[in-house]
Design a binder for this molecule. Structure first.
Ligand code: BES
Ligand code: MN
Ligand code: ZN
Length: 493
């Protein structure tokens, strides 16, 4: 898919998307041009015949001829329009247009300088370009590999009054962000039969080669030598051997900040000996969403080339039942020497992340962030539209949550309190890996906090938001690419 910035005079797309606000006679320059092309028909339709009012997600379609179609989309009241609503309106029209087999789409660039001083009701042209391209591609996404159909849109033209450097910048970041999301979603939607630790490691190596990144890929023997024995135990029940990946992007100049980004990489979570019931296991090919996300983000960063240092890490393995699987009651020793009594083999993510966090301690970074499909409990607390945010640095948490709002994504902080320690008390080891049903997300967060020395550690629990079986306001069912936008924007700050 190609992204182009075009002016009102020279765009070429077959389908054109243009916006109107509710109760507003103000027309954009593109609207005026389309109105002229239709001999004033658009104005009549909308302002006289009231074919649409302009409320959120209303769409009015007008065909000039078989190959030239106009879509007028309602944005609601100007002063109420938020980035998130804007993004959802665009994703929605993307979904509608996808079904029409259009090869090229033109979309109007608008900014919203409303009177409201709130940052979310106020987006400049750079933000608008970024949101527009990302949201449109979210709406257009479909996992078609096994469907024998290919209706991929070839070009998207962002139609501007004047093309400025800030628009070009926003469009570029938007294009790379939407690529990162598509990459991650494709990898998550692919079956676990194909996406094994070895497969993901190969992709990581290819990414490193293409973008000239440092890559260190550890096989089973090297994982053992590095003393990541807790991680190793989780993978020991599978015929597919574990891999540990570490890619590094370094800027040409001195980095302004150094960040380690860790993605949970369970390529299939059967639960281990504490095997999951069939309905819970159904979507567990998605338990490597963290790994797919960080690999997507790394590609965007390598293209945007900011002056930061980025380490992308994932401990990849399968959690299976078999004669060689790890068992309840086993005591595992993580890389930092702390011991874990296995209370439940299905709480495997925190065990693999423990070693990944210890590994990140050795990299001398300013911040550590992990993204993980970690607990079913986060679904009970926050549902499928909100990602849980935990950590040990309130300033970092606040900054991330603010960035997620600017990125049109929902987050909510969950607490980590010292009392949670009591849930994980073990008689024979430093901790057990589970502590009952209550406060499951916070307890898992507390567990993880013991394996990092970083004073700026952030944990994103995406178990509810990574993969959905009913479409939400942006994405069809399946992988969502959640938090990729927020993390890229956060890294660029
Ligand atoms: N991968 C799951 C968490 C999950 C659940 C992700 C639902 C996506 C959707 C994780 O490894 C897991 O099994 N967690 C257990 C922990 C429990 C045994 C303490 C859970 O949440 O049930
Ligand atoms: Mn599990
Ligand atoms: Zn899991």
């Amino acid at each position: 898919m190609k992204f182009l910035t075009k002016t009102i005079e020279n765009y070429e797309a077959d389908a054109v998307i243009c916006f109107v606000y509710e109760n507003s006679q103000n027309q954009s320059p593109l609207f005026k041009k389309l109105n002229e092309q239709t001999n004033n028909e658009l104005k009549k339709q909308i302002f006289e015949y009231k074919s649409i009012k302009g409320s959120v997600n209303e769409v009015f379609k007008y065909s000039i001829n078989e190959n030239k179609k106009i879509f007028i989309c309602g944005l609601g009241k100007k002063e109420e329009l938020t980035r998130k609503t804007f993004s959802q309106v665009i994703a929605n029209i993307g979904r509608i247009i996808k079904s029409l087999n259009t090869k090229s789409i033109g979309i109007e660039l608008i900014e919203n300088k409303s009177d409201c001083s709130c940052v979310l009701n106020n987006f400049n042209l750079e933000d608008a370009a970024k949101i527009t391209l990302t949201a449109l591609r979210i709406g257009l996404y479909e996992f078609t590999k096994y469907l024998n159909k290919n209706n991929e849109v070839e070009t998207i033209e962002l139609i501007c009054e004047n093309i400025t450097p800030e628009i070009e910048k926003g469009a570029q970041i938007g294009a790379y962000t939407s690529f990162a999301m598509k990459f991650a979603k494709d990898l998550v939607n692919e079956s676990a039969q194909i996406v094994t630790p070895c497969y993901v490691a190969k992709i990581a190596q290819e990414i490193a080669n293409e973008h000239k990144l440092q890559a260190k890929i550890y096989d089973k023997k090297e994982i053992k030598e590095t003393k990541m024995n807790a991680f190793l135990a989780v993978g020991q029940g599978s015929v597919n051997e574990p891999k540990f990946i570490h890619l590094t992007y370094k800027p040409e100049s001195t980095p302004r900040k150094k960040v380690a980004l860790i993605g949970k990489g369970i390529t299939f979570d059967a639960g281990g000996m504490n095997i999951k019931p069939a309905t819970s296991m159904l979507t567990m090919k998605s338990d490597m969403t963290g790994a797919a996300s960080v690999l997507g983000i790394m590609q965007a960063i390598a293209k945007i080339k900011p002056d930061i240092e980025l380490h992308v890490i994932s401990a990849l393995c399968e959690n299976m039942t078999s004669g060689s699987a790890y068992k309840q009651g086993d005591v595992l020793t993580a890389m930092n020497g702390k011991t874990i009594e296995v209370d439940n083999t299905d709480a495997e993510g925190r065990i693999t992340l423990a070693d990944a966090l210890c590994y990140a301690d050795k990299l001398n970074v300013d911040e550590v962030i992990d993204i993980a499909t970690l607990t079913g409990a986060v679904i009970v607390s926050l549902g499928h539209n909100i990602t849980g945010v935990l950590g040990n640095n309130q300033e970092q948490i606040n900054k991330f949550i603010e960035t997620s709002k600017e990125s049109c994504e929902n987050t909510w902080q969950m607490p980590i309190l010292d009392e949670l320690k009591d849930n994980l008390k073990s008689e024979i080891a430093d901790f057990k890996n589970t502590g009952g049903r209550n406060a499951g997300t916070s307890t898992a967060g507390w567990f993880l906090s013991n394996f990092t020395k970083s004073k700026k550690w952030l944990h994103l629990d995406i178990a509810g938001t990574a993969y959905i079986d009913k479409s939400n306001r942006e994405t069809l069912s399946g992988a969502t690419g959640v938090m990729i936008r927020s993390l890229i924007n956060y890294l660029l700050k």
